[in-house]
Design a protein around this ligand. Structure first.
Ligand code: ADP
Length: 319
Protein backbone atom coordinates (compact mmCIF):
# COMPACT_ATOMS: atom_id res chain seq x y z
CA UNK A 1 0.00 0.00 0.00
CA UNK A 2 1.43 3.35 -1.04
CA UNK A 3 0.97 6.18 1.41
CA UNK A 4 0.41 9.80 0.53
CA UNK A 5 3.22 11.08 2.74
CA UNK A 6 5.88 9.13 0.89
CA UNK A 7 4.62 10.33 -2.50
CA UNK A 8 4.65 13.90 -1.23
CA UNK A 9 8.16 13.44 0.11
CA UNK A 10 9.32 12.12 -3.28
CA UNK A 11 7.74 15.08 -5.08
CA UNK A 12 9.05 17.78 -2.75
CA UNK A 13 12.46 18.25 -4.45
CA UNK A 14 10.90 18.14 -7.93
CA UNK A 15 7.73 20.18 -7.57
CA UNK A 16 8.84 22.67 -4.89
CA UNK A 17 5.45 22.85 -3.25
CA UNK A 18 3.54 23.26 -6.53
CA UNK A 19 1.98 19.77 -6.54
CA UNK A 20 -1.05 18.69 -4.54
CA UNK A 21 -1.63 14.92 -4.49
CA UNK A 22 -4.79 12.97 -3.84
CA UNK A 23 -4.82 9.18 -3.77
CA UNK A 24 -7.85 7.39 -5.08
CA UNK A 25 -7.16 3.65 -4.61
CA UNK A 26 -4.39 3.00 -7.12
CA UNK A 27 -4.76 6.26 -8.94
CA UNK A 28 -2.78 9.40 -8.04
CA UNK A 29 -4.47 12.67 -8.95
CA UNK A 30 -2.00 15.52 -8.99
CA UNK A 31 -2.79 19.18 -9.40
CA UNK A 32 0.28 21.09 -10.52
CA UNK A 33 0.30 24.87 -10.16
CA UNK A 34 2.46 26.30 -12.96
CA UNK A 35 1.73 29.97 -12.28
CA UNK A 36 4.69 32.11 -13.30
CA UNK A 37 6.74 29.26 -14.78
CA UNK A 38 7.87 29.62 -18.41
CA UNK A 39 5.43 27.83 -20.71
CA UNK A 40 8.29 25.83 -22.24
CA UNK A 41 9.11 24.21 -18.88
CA UNK A 42 5.62 22.79 -18.15
CA UNK A 43 5.91 19.56 -20.12
CA UNK A 44 9.26 18.58 -18.60
CA UNK A 45 8.10 19.30 -15.06
CA UNK A 46 4.93 17.30 -15.64
CA UNK A 47 6.96 14.36 -17.02
CA UNK A 48 9.34 14.41 -14.02
CA UNK A 49 6.45 14.39 -11.58
CA UNK A 50 4.70 11.62 -13.46
CA UNK A 51 7.85 9.47 -13.49
CA UNK A 52 8.46 9.99 -9.77
CA UNK A 53 4.91 8.95 -8.83
CA UNK A 54 4.73 6.05 -11.30
CA UNK A 55 7.79 4.60 -9.56
CA UNK A 56 5.63 3.75 -6.54
CA UNK A 57 4.57 0.09 -6.88
CA UNK A 58 1.07 0.72 -5.51
CA UNK A 59 0.28 3.38 -8.13
CA UNK A 60 -1.23 2.12 -11.37
CA UNK A 61 -2.35 5.38 -12.86
CA UNK A 62 -1.16 8.98 -12.59
CA UNK A 63 -3.27 11.95 -13.62
CA UNK A 64 -1.70 15.39 -13.69
CA UNK A 65 -3.78 18.53 -14.04
CA UNK A 66 -1.91 21.77 -14.75
CA UNK A 67 -3.42 24.93 -13.33
CA UNK A 68 -2.33 28.50 -13.43
CA UNK A 69 -3.69 31.56 -11.68
CA UNK A 70 -5.18 33.71 -14.35
CA UNK A 71 -3.21 36.91 -14.53
CA UNK A 72 -5.26 40.03 -14.76
CA UNK A 73 -4.51 40.98 -18.35
CA UNK A 74 -5.57 44.21 -19.98
CA UNK A 75 -6.01 44.95 -23.66
CA UNK A 76 -5.34 48.30 -25.28
CA UNK A 77 -6.79 48.65 -28.78
CA UNK A 78 -5.05 50.78 -31.38
CA UNK A 79 -7.56 51.84 -34.01
CA UNK A 80 -7.98 54.17 -36.96
CA UNK A 81 -10.88 55.28 -39.09
CA UNK A 82 -9.04 54.21 -42.23
CA UNK A 83 -5.91 52.44 -43.46
CA UNK A 84 -2.50 53.89 -44.18
CA UNK A 85 -2.38 56.37 -41.30
CA UNK A 86 0.36 54.47 -39.45
CA UNK A 87 -1.83 52.57 -36.99
CA UNK A 88 0.39 49.46 -37.08
CA UNK A 89 3.54 51.55 -36.75
CA UNK A 90 2.13 53.30 -33.69
CA UNK A 91 0.89 50.01 -32.16
CA UNK A 92 4.31 48.30 -32.52
CA UNK A 93 6.27 51.24 -31.18
CA UNK A 94 3.83 51.86 -28.34
CA UNK A 95 4.17 48.22 -27.25
CA UNK A 96 7.98 48.48 -27.34
CA UNK A 97 8.00 51.73 -25.39
CA UNK A 98 5.77 50.22 -22.71
CA UNK A 99 7.97 47.11 -22.55
CA UNK A 100 11.09 49.29 -22.20
CA UNK A 101 9.54 50.90 -19.15
CA UNK A 102 9.36 47.50 -17.48
CA UNK A 103 5.82 46.33 -18.27
CA UNK A 104 5.20 42.78 -19.49
CA UNK A 105 3.62 43.62 -22.84
CA UNK A 106 2.51 41.48 -25.77
CA UNK A 107 1.35 42.52 -29.22
CA UNK A 108 -1.72 41.11 -30.96
CA UNK A 109 -1.95 41.87 -34.66
CA UNK A 110 -5.63 41.59 -35.57
CA UNK A 111 -5.32 43.52 -38.82
CA UNK A 112 -6.77 40.88 -41.12
CA UNK A 113 -6.48 43.20 -44.14
CA UNK A 114 -2.73 43.76 -43.82
CA UNK A 115 -1.11 42.01 -40.87
CA UNK A 116 2.25 43.81 -40.89
CA UNK A 117 3.48 43.26 -37.34
CA UNK A 118 5.69 40.19 -38.07
CA UNK A 119 7.59 42.37 -40.55
CA UNK A 120 7.70 45.43 -38.28
CA UNK A 121 9.10 43.35 -35.41
CA UNK A 122 11.58 41.44 -37.54
CA UNK A 123 10.01 37.97 -37.18
CA UNK A 124 8.45 37.53 -40.61
CA UNK A 125 7.89 33.89 -41.60
CA UNK A 126 8.14 32.52 -38.04
CA UNK A 127 5.07 30.51 -37.07
CA UNK A 128 3.91 30.22 -33.47
CA UNK A 129 3.85 26.72 -32.00
CA UNK A 130 0.94 25.52 -29.96
CA UNK A 131 0.96 23.92 -26.57
CA UNK A 132 -2.15 22.18 -25.35
CA UNK A 133 -4.89 23.85 -27.36
CA UNK A 134 -3.27 27.25 -27.22
CA UNK A 135 -0.75 29.21 -29.26
CA UNK A 136 2.60 30.24 -27.84
CA UNK A 137 3.44 33.83 -28.89
CA UNK A 138 6.54 34.34 -31.03
CA UNK A 139 9.34 36.11 -29.11
CA UNK A 140 10.76 39.17 -30.86
CA UNK A 141 14.13 40.90 -30.44
CA UNK A 142 12.36 43.84 -28.76
CA UNK A 143 10.98 42.15 -25.65
CA UNK A 144 7.43 42.11 -27.00
CA UNK A 145 6.06 38.65 -27.87
CA UNK A 146 3.75 38.64 -30.88
CA UNK A 147 0.77 36.81 -32.32
CA UNK A 148 -0.54 37.92 -35.70
CA UNK A 149 -3.40 37.03 -38.00
CA UNK A 150 -0.66 36.85 -40.62
CA UNK A 151 0.78 33.81 -38.80
CA UNK A 152 -2.58 32.01 -38.92
CA UNK A 153 -3.78 32.47 -42.49
CA UNK A 154 -2.52 33.19 -45.97
CA UNK A 155 -2.52 36.93 -46.74
CA UNK A 156 -5.44 36.85 -49.17
CA UNK A 157 -7.63 34.48 -47.14
CA UNK A 158 -8.85 36.59 -44.24
CA UNK A 159 -9.92 39.58 -46.32
CA UNK A 160 -13.35 38.06 -46.94
CA UNK A 161 -14.01 37.35 -43.26
CA UNK A 162 -17.10 38.69 -41.62
CA UNK A 163 -17.26 39.84 -38.03
CA UNK A 164 -17.95 36.53 -36.24
CA UNK A 165 -15.12 34.75 -38.02
CA UNK A 166 -12.66 37.56 -37.39
CA UNK A 167 -13.82 37.75 -33.76
CA UNK A 168 -13.28 34.00 -33.37
CA UNK A 169 -9.81 34.10 -34.89
CA UNK A 170 -8.90 36.97 -32.60
CA UNK A 171 -9.93 34.72 -29.69
CA UNK A 172 -7.10 32.36 -30.63
CA UNK A 173 -4.60 35.21 -30.53
CA UNK A 174 -5.82 36.70 -27.26
CA UNK A 175 -6.45 33.46 -25.37
CA UNK A 176 -2.90 32.20 -25.84
CA UNK A 177 0.03 31.44 -23.54
CA UNK A 178 0.89 35.09 -22.94
CA UNK A 179 3.54 35.99 -20.44
CA UNK A 180 2.17 39.56 -20.31
CA UNK A 181 -0.08 41.76 -18.20
CA UNK A 182 -0.88 44.07 -21.07
CA UNK A 183 -1.70 43.30 -24.69
CA UNK A 184 -1.56 45.98 -27.37
CA UNK A 185 -4.15 45.10 -29.99
CA UNK A 186 -3.61 46.34 -33.54
CA UNK A 187 -7.16 46.42 -34.92
CA UNK A 188 -8.02 46.31 -38.62
CA UNK A 189 -8.46 49.84 -40.00
CA UNK A 190 -12.00 51.11 -40.30
CA UNK A 191 -15.14 50.93 -38.22
CA UNK A 192 -17.27 48.20 -39.79
CA UNK A 193 -18.80 44.96 -38.65
CA UNK A 194 -15.41 43.23 -38.24
CA UNK A 195 -13.99 45.86 -35.88
CA UNK A 196 -17.27 46.13 -33.96
CA UNK A 197 -17.40 42.37 -33.32
CA UNK A 198 -13.77 42.28 -32.22
CA UNK A 199 -14.26 45.15 -29.79
CA UNK A 200 -17.53 43.77 -28.42
CA UNK A 201 -16.12 40.32 -27.92
CA UNK A 202 -12.74 41.18 -26.45
CA UNK A 203 -13.64 44.37 -24.58
CA UNK A 204 -10.37 46.36 -24.45
CA UNK A 205 -9.66 48.42 -21.31
CA UNK A 206 -9.11 51.43 -23.52
CA UNK A 207 -8.48 52.58 -27.07
CA UNK A 208 -5.86 54.73 -28.79
CA UNK A 209 -7.04 56.41 -31.98
CA UNK A 210 -4.47 57.14 -34.68
CA UNK A 211 -5.06 59.81 -37.27
CA UNK A 212 -3.08 61.98 -39.67
CA UNK A 213 -3.38 65.78 -39.64
CA UNK A 214 -5.31 65.88 -42.90
CA UNK A 215 -7.92 63.42 -41.58
CA UNK A 216 -8.42 64.96 -38.18
CA UNK A 217 -11.22 67.26 -39.19
CA UNK A 218 -12.77 64.45 -41.16
CA UNK A 219 -15.34 61.91 -40.37
CA UNK A 220 -13.00 58.89 -40.06
CA UNK A 221 -11.53 59.63 -36.63
CA UNK A 222 -14.99 60.48 -35.36
CA UNK A 223 -16.31 57.14 -36.57
CA UNK A 224 -13.56 55.32 -34.69
CA UNK A 225 -14.42 57.24 -31.54
CA UNK A 226 -18.11 56.40 -32.01
CA UNK A 227 -17.31 52.70 -32.35
CA UNK A 228 -15.73 52.67 -28.88
CA UNK A 229 -18.39 54.90 -27.37
CA UNK A 230 -21.07 52.48 -28.57
CA UNK A 231 -19.27 49.53 -27.02
CA UNK A 232 -18.51 51.28 -23.73
CA UNK A 233 -14.73 51.23 -24.23
CA UNK A 234 -13.00 54.37 -22.91
CA UNK A 235 -10.80 56.32 -25.31
CA UNK A 236 -7.29 56.77 -23.94
CA UNK A 237 -6.60 59.49 -26.49
CA UNK A 238 -5.61 60.55 -29.96
CA UNK A 239 -2.21 60.15 -31.61
CA UNK A 240 -1.40 62.40 -34.52
CA UNK A 241 0.85 60.56 -36.94
CA UNK A 242 2.75 61.93 -39.92
CA UNK A 243 2.46 65.33 -38.28
CA UNK A 244 4.85 67.79 -39.87
CA UNK A 245 7.68 66.70 -42.12
CA UNK A 246 11.14 66.02 -40.71
CA UNK A 247 13.71 66.96 -43.38
CA UNK A 248 16.13 64.04 -43.78
CA UNK A 249 18.98 66.48 -44.52
CA UNK A 250 18.75 69.14 -41.85
CA UNK A 251 16.20 67.62 -39.45
CA UNK A 252 14.03 70.71 -39.55
CA UNK A 253 10.32 69.93 -39.14
CA UNK A 254 7.99 71.79 -41.50
CA UNK A 255 4.22 71.82 -41.13
CA UNK A 256 2.45 71.44 -44.49
CA UNK A 257 -0.89 71.05 -42.71
CA UNK A 258 -0.25 73.64 -40.01
CA UNK A 259 0.29 72.73 -36.37
CA UNK A 260 -1.94 72.54 -33.34
CA UNK A 261 -4.85 71.12 -35.35
CA UNK A 262 -4.69 67.76 -33.62
CA UNK A 263 -4.87 69.18 -30.11
CA UNK A 264 -7.82 71.30 -31.20
CA UNK A 265 -9.51 68.34 -32.89
CA UNK A 266 -9.00 66.14 -29.80
CA UNK A 267 -10.51 68.85 -27.66
CA UNK A 268 -13.45 69.23 -30.00
CA UNK A 269 -13.96 65.46 -29.91
CA UNK A 270 -13.73 65.48 -26.11
CA UNK A 271 -10.72 63.15 -25.90
CA UNK A 272 -7.13 63.48 -24.65
CA UNK A 273 -4.25 64.27 -26.99
CA UNK A 274 -1.45 61.73 -26.55
CA UNK A 275 1.20 63.20 -28.83
CA UNK A 276 2.44 63.53 -32.35
CA UNK A 277 4.89 61.59 -34.50
CA UNK A 278 6.45 63.45 -37.45
CA UNK A 279 6.44 62.17 -41.01
CA UNK A 280 10.03 61.04 -41.06
CA UNK A 281 11.72 58.84 -43.62
CA UNK A 282 13.85 57.34 -40.82
CA UNK A 283 10.64 55.92 -39.30
CA UNK A 284 9.62 54.28 -42.55
CA UNK A 285 13.03 52.81 -43.34
CA UNK A 286 13.53 51.51 -39.78
CA UNK A 287 10.03 49.99 -39.82
CA UNK A 288 10.59 48.33 -43.21
CA UNK A 289 13.86 46.86 -41.91
CA UNK A 290 12.15 45.29 -38.89
CA UNK A 291 14.00 47.57 -36.45
CA UNK A 292 11.27 49.69 -34.85
CA UNK A 293 12.43 53.23 -34.03
CA UNK A 294 11.12 53.04 -30.43
CA UNK A 295 13.69 50.30 -29.76
CA UNK A 296 16.55 52.70 -30.58
CA UNK A 297 17.75 55.88 -28.94
CA UNK A 298 17.28 58.30 -31.83
CA UNK A 299 15.03 61.37 -31.84
CA UNK A 300 12.21 59.23 -33.33
CA UNK A 301 12.16 57.15 -30.13
CA UNK A 302 11.44 60.26 -28.05
CA UNK A 303 8.09 60.85 -29.75
CA UNK A 304 6.97 57.31 -28.98
CA UNK A 305 8.24 57.58 -25.40
CA UNK A 306 6.11 60.65 -24.81
CA UNK A 307 3.02 58.83 -26.10
CA UNK A 308 3.88 55.71 -24.08
CA UNK A 309 4.25 57.84 -20.94
CA UNK A 310 0.72 59.22 -21.35
CA UNK A 311 -0.70 55.74 -21.93
CA UNK A 312 1.12 54.52 -18.80
CA UNK A 313 -0.35 57.39 -16.79
CA UNK A 314 -3.81 56.53 -18.06
CA UNK A 315 -3.36 52.87 -17.10
CA UNK A 316 -2.09 53.84 -13.66
CA UNK A 317 -5.18 56.00 -13.12
CA UNK A 318 -7.39 53.01 -13.94
CA UNK A 319 -5.66 51.09 -11.10
P1 ADP B 1 -1.75 51.42 -41.13
O1 ADP B 1 -1.53 50.38 -40.09
O2 ADP B 1 -2.56 52.58 -40.61
O3 ADP B 1 -2.29 50.89 -42.42
P2 ADP B 1 1.13 51.50 -41.33
O4 ADP B 1 1.57 51.58 -39.91
O5 ADP B 1 1.24 50.18 -42.03
O6 ADP B 1 -0.35 52.06 -41.48
O7 ADP B 1 1.93 52.62 -42.12
C1 ADP B 1 1.76 52.81 -43.51
C2 ADP B 1 3.11 53.23 -44.13
O8 ADP B 1 3.49 54.49 -43.61
C3 ADP B 1 4.25 52.28 -43.77
O9 ADP B 1 5.11 52.19 -44.86
C4 ADP B 1 4.95 52.97 -42.61
O10 ADP B 1 6.34 52.65 -42.52
C5 ADP B 1 4.77 54.42 -42.98
N1 ADP B 1 4.72 55.30 -41.81
C6 ADP B 1 3.90 55.23 -40.74
N2 ADP B 1 4.11 56.26 -39.89
C7 ADP B 1 5.13 56.98 -40.41
C8 ADP B 1 5.83 58.17 -40.03
N3 ADP B 1 5.52 58.83 -38.91
N4 ADP B 1 6.82 58.62 -40.84
C9 ADP B 1 7.13 57.98 -41.99
N5 ADP B 1 6.51 56.88 -42.44
C10 ADP B 1 5.51 56.39 -41.67
Amino acid sequence: MTDLASIEAALAPIAAGRATVRLDDERANIVLDVTGLPVGSHAELEADIRAAVEAFPGVREVRVLLTSERRQRRLIAVASGKGGVGKSTIAANLAITLARSGQAVGLVDADIYGPSQPKLLGVEGIKPRSEGEKLVPVPTPYGVPLLSMGQLVAPDQAIAWRGPMAGGALGQLVDAHWDADLLVLDLPPGTGDVQLTMVQKHKPAGAVIVSTPQDLALIDARRAIDLFARTGVPIIGLVENMAGYACPHCGEVSEPFGSGGAEAAAQALGIAFLGRVPLDIAIRTASDAGTPPAAGNGPEAAAFEAIGGRVRDWLARQG
